[in-house]
Structure formats: structure tokens, C-alpha cells
Design a protein around this ligand. Sequence first.
Ligand code: NDP
Length: 424
Amino acid sequence: MADVVAARTLTRRAFVASTGAGLIAAPLATLGAAGANAADAKPGAGAAPGAGMPGAPPRAVGRPMPELERPLADPPERRLGWAVVGLGDFALNHMLPAIARSRHCRLTAVVSGNRDKARAVAAAYGVPERGVYDYDGFDRIRDDPTVDVVYIVLPNTLHAEWTVRAAQAGKHVFCEKPMAATEAECRQMIDACAKAGRRLMIAYRAPFEPHNREAIRMIRAGEIGPVREIVADHGRPLEPKKPADEWRAQAALAAGGSLYDIGIYSLNGARYLTGEEPIELRATFRKPPGSPGPDGRPVDVDQGIAWTMRFPSGAIAHCTSAYDFANVKRIQVMGEKASLALDPATEYEGNRLLVRRETGQMEPKLGESSEQFVGELDEFAMAIRENREPRHGSGREGLQDVRLMQLIYEAARTGRPVAVPPLR
Ligand code: NDP
């Protein structure tokens, strides 16, 4: 498991992008030479008539390895085995299919309080009966050599306990956002993984989404000039009768409200787009905890909050988060030379990026937004294999968002600006 990825799993493009030309050239050149018929190497063997140049021969022959769009998948026995804890809406509709599409991961266990559902899901994904766990029997996963990674997709306040249990069982942990309820819990999670010598990644998918990646690239490359302002809005209607929203309306399971659930995309987005950490926050509740929900009954958690963040460069982010908007997931970045509009910015599918300059506007054609799910899974697999922190979504990253969300609530409660102490 600690082995580095085989050279053949890297694309030339990915390799050149990360390390320069050298190492990958050899295996690909070897494949190219081995794949081509020796006769084809003769000058003019496949020459196009009259062209005088070597070309493809007019018969069926092997050709060199093409430049791959993405790495070859690992064979099943080399993939990291994943156990998914909590078979709810997001796990079943998005992440289990993504594990099946990933290049370095495979599903080897499911953990659920509903045995019938767990068996049906296991059968659908080819997980054997011994890979079906319930919550009480979870700790025997320690002795399951097919499980390398435990993926926590439970309601928010359960993330800390289950991350610690998974680390204590000797497994790497991939945990859904928000990392936990409090800063103290985040630190316990980080410490438990460090003590067990296991990796931890918080499942932020947007930085692996092609339109967000392009926006990050453009900003880092200076293509829009210094960032002056960001406007980020995330909202959707809360539907407390839907099972997945039932717990979101209860502080005991959700920890926070719209901010912890979807406002976190405005917050994390402003951080990964600027590449900076905020130094000051101001916030206002529009619908504080205890306000009536869609059915008129009070809801424990915030349903509407607006905040601003000031960054060391002078950039300011204006953010909103709500459980009573029509669906909106939008981030705009105003730079000195150009502006970017990600709208939608953080949907599962169909995100878009519009670039506006003095000279006009363009919408680059980029990859499918659904690449974000596979992207985050495979990034964690590579971080484990290469024994490094994930490029986005370290425990520290998750901790910083939870700290900031707590400070945003404090600023909203007190009505006063809050200075953000640096993260220790
Ligand atoms: P769901 O309610 O659909 O699923 C949660 C699952 O957790 C349940 O199905 C259940 O699984 C298990 N569970 C265990 N105890 C409880 C409990 N007391 N109450 C409710 N469920 C319980 O939620 P989601 O799938 O929407 O969200 C799960 C997590 O994923 C959250 O942390 C959320 O923030 C995150 N998420 C992340 C997204 C992203 O884009 N990164 C998108 C959506 C959610 P079982 O029946 O198998 O025991």
C-alpha cells in the first residue's frame, strides 16, 4: 500500500505537469517500442504514398501508447478498499457510483443501521456478506484486511466519534464536510489519525471540479490580476419532511444550520480562490436559530446568515447562506484585470465558468463537473500511497472552516467584528 504509483498509471500530461519530463518518458517510450512491430521501424515502412515521411502502415499493427486523458485504472487487487459508513442520500446517489468509477479505489465494505438496505447495496456493488457491518459491530473492521479507508457519511455531529473509531481500528479516514461540530472535535480527529499513523481527508469536492480548478489556476497565474472582491451565495429550501433534511433541522445532529451545510461552500470557496486566510469577520443572521421553518415550527439551526471576510491582501468576500432561497450555488470573483463568474459553482453536475474582460467575455469548455467526486477519492488514494497530505481537504483545512464558522456565528450573535487568530 505504501508503494508509489506505478509509472504506467500516470499520464504523460499529468506527469509532466507535476514533475517535468524525465521519469515517465521511459516507460511510455518502452511501451511505444514494444507495441510497434519491428518492421514498422524501418524507414518508410508505413509511408503515405508520395509523402516521403514515415507513417502508419496500411494493415493492423500495434501502435505506441497514446497520450492518456487520465491515468489508467489500477487492477482491482491494487486498489484501496473503502468501507462506507452511512448509506444515505449522498452516499448512495453520488459517492458509491463514484467509487465504482474511480481509478484507485474499490468498495469492500458497507456500514449501516439498516441491514436489509446494507445487504442490497453490498450485493449491487459486489461486496461479500462479510463486508456488511452494523454500527455495533463496526470495531471488528480492524481485522478486515480488505478495508484500507473508512468513509464517514453520517450526520455532522457523528463525524468526530466515527473518525476516531475508524482511526483506532487502524484505517485511513475520509470524512464528509463539515469536519465536525467544534474545533476541539476537529483536533481530536486529527490527533487520533496522527496517533494511529493514518491519513485523514475531509471530503471537499469543489476544488476537484474542473470549472473551480480552472478558476483557481487563472487566479494563481495572475490572469485576472489581484482579487479585489468575492461574492459567494449558497442557498436551497430546507425540507424537514425529507429524511436527509430531518437531521439537518436538529442542532444535535447538524451542529450548525445552513452555514455548516451549504454556506461552507461560500466560505471554503473564498479561501481556495484567494489562497488566503481571512483576518476579520462580520456577520448578520437573517434567520437565526429558533426562527420558524417552512412549516411554521421553530428550527434549531440558522436558516439565513450573511457575512463578510477581510483577507490580508485587502480582498473582501461577501457571502450568504440560506435554507429559504431557491437553489443558488454561485461564486463571483472580481479581479483588477478580469472577473470570473462560477454559476453554478458547486452543483454536482453542470457547473459553468464565465470569464469577463474589457475585451469581451468567454466561457471555456472544460471537463464534466461529475469528475469532482472521482477526483477527491483518487486524490486521497494517491495521498495515502505517496504518504503525503491530500492537496486539498487536510484535517487542518477542515478544522479551519469549523473555526471560521464558529467565529461567524459569534460575530452574528454579538453584532461585532471578530478578529481571526491565526491557526496554530
Ligand atoms: P442522509 O440523511 O441521507 O444520510 C445519512 C445516513 O447516516 C443515514 O442514511 C443513516 O445511514 C446514517 N445515520 C446514522 N445515524 C443517523 C441518525 N441519527 N440520523 C440520520 N441518519 C443517521 O444524509 P446525507 O447523505 O445528505 O448527508 C450525510 C453527510 O454527507 C453529511 O455530513 C453531509 O454534510 C454530507 N454531504 C456532503 C455532500 C457533499 O457534496 N460533499 C452532499 C450531501 C451531504 P444508514 O441508514 O445506512 O444507517
